[in-house]
Design a protein around this ligand. Structure first.
Ligand SMILES: [Mg+2]
Length: 205
């Protein structure tokens, strides 16, 4: 749900939607099966594009994604514990959902967020996420390229481990398999920062 009462937050956290909040991959592969009779498992999706991982053309992939964005994304199940994690994070952070979905997906995306009680402050449709590099304290993603882009500039990235992002590593990239792990990483990083701040005399003590 869109949060209306603005409070002063400690920081800003950027969160991707597909395969971070929503298990979009399972729904997209279901569409590929229904449209083209190709059954697949998530382990087969070792590239960012489905047309590189499965025997479908770029045009067929485009059609599948169009169907997903305009019809089926509402049916994707949420990633376990995502709703609860965002409620917890929203106490300390402004939540910016940043997605590469096309704007045509806006209505269904908002309905899906409402349906699963996902709390957020902003919903942004922008594939060029690096525009928010200066603003975000953390980014939570599954896209390896985007993760590297933020990590090299010093922004910590929590990367949901997926078969399509196994090749991306950096000291500022923290791989997780669940939202519980993601929260742990954020808490650890926060306490490390607080300690550093105290040691350098920058604390309020
Ligand atoms: Mg994603």
């Amino acid at each position: 749900m869109l949060r209306s009462n603005r409070i002063l937050h400690e920081g800003v956290i950027g969160i991707d939607i597909d395969n971070v909040l929503s298990d979009s991959d399972s729904e997209i592969r279901k569409i590929i099966d229904e449209e083209y009779g190709i059954k697949s498992t998530k382990q087969q999706i070792t590239h960012w594009n489905y047309s590189e991982s499965l025997p479908i053309t770029i045009a067929q992939e485009r059609k599948v994604l169009h169907l997903f964005h305009t019809k089926y994304c509402i049916f994707a199940p949420p990633i376990p514990f995502a709703t609860e994690a965002l409620i917890k994070l929203s106490n300390s952070y402004s939540i910016w959902l940043i997605t590469c979905r096309p704007i045509q997906a806006n209505s269904l995306t908002k309905q899906w967020l409402e349906k699963h009680n996902i709390i957020y402050d902003h919903l942004l449709y922008n594939c060029n996420k690096s525009e928010y590099k200066e603003i975000l304290d953390f980014l939570i993603e599954d896209n390896g390229e985007t993760a590297i882009d933020f990590a090299v500039k010093g922004t910590p990235v929590i990367l949901f481990d997926q078969p399509w992002n196994t090749a991306y590593f950096h000291n500022n990239i923290f791989r997780v398999n669940s939202w519980r792990q993601a929260l742990q990483i954020i808490e650890t990083t926060e306490s490390k920062d607080a300690l550093q701040c105290q040691l350098s005399g920058g604390g309020s003590f």
